[in-house]
Write a protein of this length. Structure first.
Length: 271
């Protein structure tokens, strides 16, 4: 950050104090000169590429404040929401279909047990879970991602519990931080990403163990066969890793697993 301030002609000593500048061993002019070199790799770059690289580096230093603001707002909102369960699934699932109604029933069950329902805030499975929570009088949270297509906040998210994000990684962090369990419905690439990231974080002890429940046995059967036959068969995971999740078609059973886990282990953020 200070390097970029110097590059843009800001009086670094005046802004952050002469003690820091002297401690850096570079001095103001040294910091400015340091910023003139856009990179240290040997790959040749055209003058235009170098200029774009330097501009990008300057923007990246300011980007941290945008990222930080999304985390701060998300932590504040979700920490005040209380114990929650996150539901993942496709934005393309249509109302009235089997999995839409399954997610809707799940939202109702979560509300009856006193859990907030947290989703990505969009249509499809997300809308269905938020809708079920809303219909049952529960707390309905939507963490929306700003996309050029597909995504838009659904009407069943509580007006004071809807947040929008530019950064996927911020949103993904918040979707699991306060969750007492996650339920993964049928979906596409984004759903697979969210599922396997959660399993990886639990597997590597980067976050606390919590229930991961796959709903839709028919949908998941092929993937589970592949995990057992190929991934486990090749020794890329351990047999116990397949115990990190369960599979069901019953919303009441899914919620019961989460309730039992919380009764045994307590309720707390995951990291």
């Amino acid at each position: 950050f200070v390097h970029c301030m110097a590059r843009n002609g800001v009086d670094v000593a005046g802004q952050v104090g002469s003690n820091w500048v002297h401690a850096s061993g570079l001095g103001v002019e040294g910091i400015r000169q340091h910023c003139e070199a856009p990179f240290r790799a040997e790959r040749p770059m055209t003058p235009r590429d170098q200029e774009n690289w330097v501009r990008s580096r300057d923007r990246d230093s300011w980007l941290v404040f945008r990222i930080m603001s999304e985390f701060v707002e998300g932590f504040s909102t979700l920490s005040e929401t209380g114990p929650s369960v996150t539901v993942f699934g496709s934005a393309r699932t249509k109302e009235g279909t089997r999995y839409y109604e399954m997610a809707r029933a799940l939202g109702r069950e979560l509300a009856r047990e006193g859990y907030a329902t947290v989703t990505g805030g969009g249509p499809g499975i997300m809308e269905a879970a938020n809708r079920g929570a809303h219909e049952a009088g529960g707390v309905s949270v939507g963490l929306n991602i700003i996309l050029p297509f597909e995504q838009g906040s659904n009407p069943y998210v509580d007006h004071d519990k809807t947040l929008s994000f530019d950064f996927f990684f911020v949103r993904k962090t918040l979707l699991v931080k306060y969750a007492q369990g996650i339920v993964v419905m049928p979906g596409g690439f984004g759903t697979m990403d969210e599922l396997f990231e959660a399993l990886t974080l639990i597997q590597t002890h980067k976050e606390a163990r919590f229930p991961v429940i796959l709903m839709g046995t028919e949908f998941w059967s092929g993937l589970l066969d592949w995990l057992r036959t190929h991934m486990l068969g090749a020794g890329n995971i351990s047999p116990k890793d397949l115990d990190l999740f369960t599979v069901t078609d019953d919303p009441a059973e899914a919620v019961a697993q989460i309730v039992q886990f919380c009764q045994a282990e307590g309720v707390a953020p995951n990291f």
